[in-house]
Design a protein around this ligand. Structure first.
Ligand code: COA
Length: 260
């Protein structure tokens, strides 16, 4: 893997860990983090040894405390629109073919919450705090917050978070369905990696088809979604891994998937 300035990338077996590494700025998402995060995902996309990616923040305090507010100062509307339309980490995660887990170890605010929302699964420490505080800066979420948060937790809850900018704690986030699991801070990494390893062992092409199908559910009507599901299901039948999975079941042994 390449070396980056604002992120760390580590491979642990079939799981890659990307750590946003600006702890002195509570891992705020500047343009460089987006650029390097996108580049790291491009490397991991083509790495057949990696089946799942975990994203977290450096230090004890923060996952990601939002967009880097210092980069907003003095920007014109046209300039900021270009920034948002450039290849963002949010879109790269959303379109990444392998599962991505956000491991939320602290403040998960603004663009940090939007990044977590772009991931497929979210685990959180009991210490994590969540908000969309853009309203307090006189702006609004622009990295998918109004769309993905609303789809995930429902209009009323999303509306309250976005209109007030208030923080919610991890237990509330779990109750809302914003995170899948809440763990004690000292267990967060171990439990998240248990989950990531379990996923990373599955058949890679089937994982990719599952992710695409589930994501399509909130982007289509039911008939289109059901048709897409059948197509993706049929693609699984073109893989060697389908033969291996079925044979392993019938022979009462563990499958050995190859991603083919
Ligand atoms: N962008 C740029 N810098 C940020 C930042 C952000 N989103 N969030 C925190 N920082 C910086 C602070 O400016 C400070 O830098 P400094 O030491 O050079 O002054 C450093 O990170 C530590 O933050 P600090 O505010 O001192 O920590 P705290 O524990 O008192 O407060 C927060 C923590 C998260 C409540 C507070 O930092 C905050 O409100 N951050 C902004 C959150 C936000 O609005 N995000 C959405 C942006 S659209």
């Amino acid at each position: 893997m390449s070396n980056y300035e604002t992120i760390l990338v580590e491979k642990r077996g079939r799981v890659a860990l990307i750590t946003i590494n600006r702890p002195e700025k509570l891992n705020a998402l500047g343009a460089k983090v987006h650029e390097e995060g996108v580049a790291a995902l491009e490397e991991l996309r083509n790495d057949s040894e990696i089946g799942c990616v975990v994203i977290t923040g450096s230090g004890e305090k923060s996952f990601i405390a939002g967009a880097d507010i210092s980069e907003f100062a003095g920007k014109s509307a046209a300039e900021q629109r270009d920034v948002m339309n450039a290849r963002s980490l949010f879109n790269s995660i959303d379109q990444f073919p392998k599962p991505v887990i956000a491991m939320i170890n602290g403040f998960c605010l603004g663009g940090g919450c939007e990044l977590a929302l772009a991931c497929d699964i979210r685990t959180a420490s009991e210490k994590a705090r969540f908000s969309q505080p853009e309203i307090n800066l006189g702006i609004m979420p622009g990295g998918g917050g109004t769309q993905r948060l609303t789809r995930l937790i429902g209009e009323g809850r999303a509306m309250e978070m976005i209109l007030t900018g208030d923080m919610i704690d991890a237990v509330t986030a779990h109750k809302f369905g914003l995170v899948n699991h809440v763990f004690a801070p000292e267990e967060l990494e171990e439990k998240t990696f248990e989950l990531a390893n379990k996923i990373a062992e599955k058949a890679p092409i089937a994982l990719q088809m599952c992710k695409e199908a589930v994501k399509f559910a909130s982007r289509s009507n039911l008939d289109e979604g059901l048709r897409r599901e059948v197509d993706l299901f049929a693609i699984c039948f073109s893989t060697e891994d389908k033969e291996e999975g079925v044979s392993a079941f019938l022979e009462k042994r563990k499958p050995n998937f190859k991603g083919k």
